[in-house]
Each structure stands twice: as structure tokens, then as C-alpha cells.
Design a binder for this molecule. Sequence first.
Ligand code: SAH
Ligand code: SF4
Ligand code: F3S
Length: 397
Amino acid sequence: MKQLPTVTTEQLSAQRTVIARIAARNLLLGEQLAYVDTYGCQQNEADSEHLRAMLSGMGYVLTEDETAANVIVINTCAVREHAEQRVLGNVGHLVHSAKAGRRIVLCGCMAQKPDTREVILRSYRQVDLMFGPHELWRFPELLERSLNAPDGTKIIEARDIDGEQVEGLPALRSKGERAWLSIMYGCNNFCSYCIVPYVRGRERSRSKAAITAEYESLAAEGYSEVMLLGQNVNSYPEFPGLLRTLAAIDRRVKLSFRTSHPKDAGTELFRAMADSPNVDTLLHLPVQAGNDRVLSAMNRKYTSAEYIAKIRQAREIVPGIRFSTDIIVGFPGETDAEFEDTLRLVEAVRYEKLFTFIYSPRKGTPAAELPDNASRAEKQIRFDKLIALQKSIAATL
Ligand code: SAH
Ligand code: SF4
Ligand code: F3S
């Protein structure tokens, strides 16, 4: 894995100075409220925990009432059109509750996508500050710039970079049983339908020492479940070894991980799961499709036979293992017959849970350029068939 530039301790400490400056100003203003709304995957949830920690350091009191907030942060997802529409609908509502000095911040994956950025600039003038995932650690500096600017000023920051190594950002975790722990960021797989590698940058891993230290403190704080996060945790160098090490720290903590790419999941991973009784036996292994031509056009780098062989191997090695998966219905060019292969694969594997999505073209990805002959209605019929099949399987589990 290529080493990307590191954000230095000096750079982070400069951000802490900004945090203190905003805190001093908020002290004079009286109670200031902040609201953080999160869309998308667990990575975004984890990023929002960093945003909350920074906001709370600035003296903001976190609220669940967006109409009362002085700072509204919307941490967005660009993975499908539907996710973007939900965000835009919500931003649209906010225009009606404008108040002087309020700042609306739109960050996350949508802010890193040029076509979406354009739409927001054009049609959602109430957004004051927009920044992409690479700027997360610079949030204090960017918010201060926005606070210092006259109402109505727009600030946009989304560097077109591969990403940086960032270590030591504070996190304000929600109380509860489960904590997220990011072990790597970005993605190098470039599945042909997927926007994530473009908005999240190249793969970069945290050091084993940093992950272990954070895990130990989570266990000491009493979290009973920790989920390791990455777009493809199996790309982490020697992931099975990391899993064994963490699992052995405290056997009372239930350990899970997301997501695993099937091409990199193998016997070492299954053995580590089998040897660690506190690792969750529900393995999320996204297959996306059951037809080899479609899998190849998706750039997934495995065949359905290879996938099923891995499932069989995992069942042999890990007692009680169960599976969940993601499936895309209606990839460009998918025929009814090819879709039937997905149904057959689902029948063969017998998943405990399916996450199913109708294909959504993402501008900038190769699949968005492919001809797509199936209508939305045809795709919906396939989608419904898949749901019905899964329902009948789940009833027998
Ligand atoms: N890194 C993870 C998940 C990334 S996004 C992985 O590889 O499994 C989560 C899911 O969204 C994907 O697994 C895929 O099923 C779905 N997805 C991604 N891009 C999509 C698109 N353009 N249209 C429909 N579904 C998509
Ligand atoms: Fe997207 Fe594929 Fe990367 Fe997952 S592995 S984030 S689906 S490109
Ligand atoms: Fe969405 Fe970004 Fe996650 S596009 S799925 S929030 S990495």
C-alpha cells in the first residue's frame, strides 16, 4: 500500500488552537447549539463522531433539534441517487428556518463529487460551507472562516488528492453498547459502478499500534461490542493477525468487522474467526451479483463459483458461521437470464440477511457510460423477486 502524506501533529495542534478560539467566542455569545445529521455508511458515522468531538470542544451543545441549532452539519453520502435526494430534500427544508448568524455545513462524500457540488451551488444557496472527506481534520479552520465571513458567503473546500494519514483526531462516541473503530480509509478496488474510490481516495491503513491502543481504551470504557471499519478491511496488511490480536485483548468484547471484499477473504481470515470465540460469526461478504459476465463488468475480480467455494470453506472452518450480503439489481446490460443467476446464488448460499439495491448510475464511474436497456419497471420486478426469495429463505433459517 502506497504511503500517503501524513497530517503532522503541528497541523492538528493548529486546529486545536482554532477550536479554543471558537470556544472563547461562544462563551461570550451564550449557549450555542450544533446539530449533526449523518447519512450513508458506518465510516460516515465514525466521521460524525469526530465532528461532534470538535464541535463540543468549540463549546457547542449538541442538539437533536435542527431548527434550534446555530450550526447545522450534514454529513452526506453519494453512493446512490436516492441517498443524494434525501440529503437535498432535507437541505431544501432548512431554507425556511433561516436565522441570522446560522451556518449550514454540508460535508462528506457528496461534497467531493463535482457534479453534485454544482447542483448544490446552483440550487441550494442556504449552504454556507461545503467540504469533502479529505478536509475532515480541517473542520475547525473552515468553520472559523465561515463564522468570520458575512452571512451569505460560500466556502468550498474539496482538495482533489489521494488522501492523507490522520491520527489523533478526537471522537465523541455515542453512549451505548457498540463503538466503531476505523482501521483503514479509502478504497483501491474501483468496482465499475461505485463512487466511493473517487470521493474517499486511496487506501490507507492506520498503524497496528494506534488501533490496538484505541481498542484497549474502548474495552476499558466498557463497550461490549466493537466494529472494525474499512471499505475493504481485508486490504489491511495481515488483517487476520490484527483480528486475532484485538480479539485476545478482552474476550468479553464482541468483535465484528465491515466490509470484506470476497476476493481477499480466505482461509487465514476464517481460521482467525474460528480461533477467536468473541468474533461475531455473522460475516458480511458482499457478492453484488451471481452472474460471471456481470461480475466481470462490475470489476469484482471473482466468479460466482469462486465466491460459493469461499462460503463453503468458511462453513467448514468456522462453526456456526452465518452470512449477509449486498446485491445490486439491474446493473447496465444485466439480462433477465443473468439476473436468474443471482437468484440461484442466493438460494445456494442461504444468507441470513440481504441488502439489496437497484443500480444507480454515478457520474464519473465507468458503468455510468454503459448502455442500459432494462427499464426501471423491469428492474423493480427483479428486485421484488429477490426480496420474495430471501423472505422464503429467511423463514426456514
Ligand atoms: N466497500 C463496501 C461497500 C460500499 S457501498 C463493499 O465493497 O462491499 C455499499 C453497497 O452499496 C455496495 O456493496 C453496493 O451493493 C451498493 N452500491 C454501491 N454503488 C452502487 C450504485 N452505483 N448503485 C447501486 N448500489 C450501489
Ligand atoms: Fe465501492 Fe467496490 Fe470499493 Fe466497495 S470495494 S467501496 S463497492 S469500489
Ligand atoms: Fe456513502 Fe461515502 Fe459511505 S458515498 S456509503 S458515505 S463512503
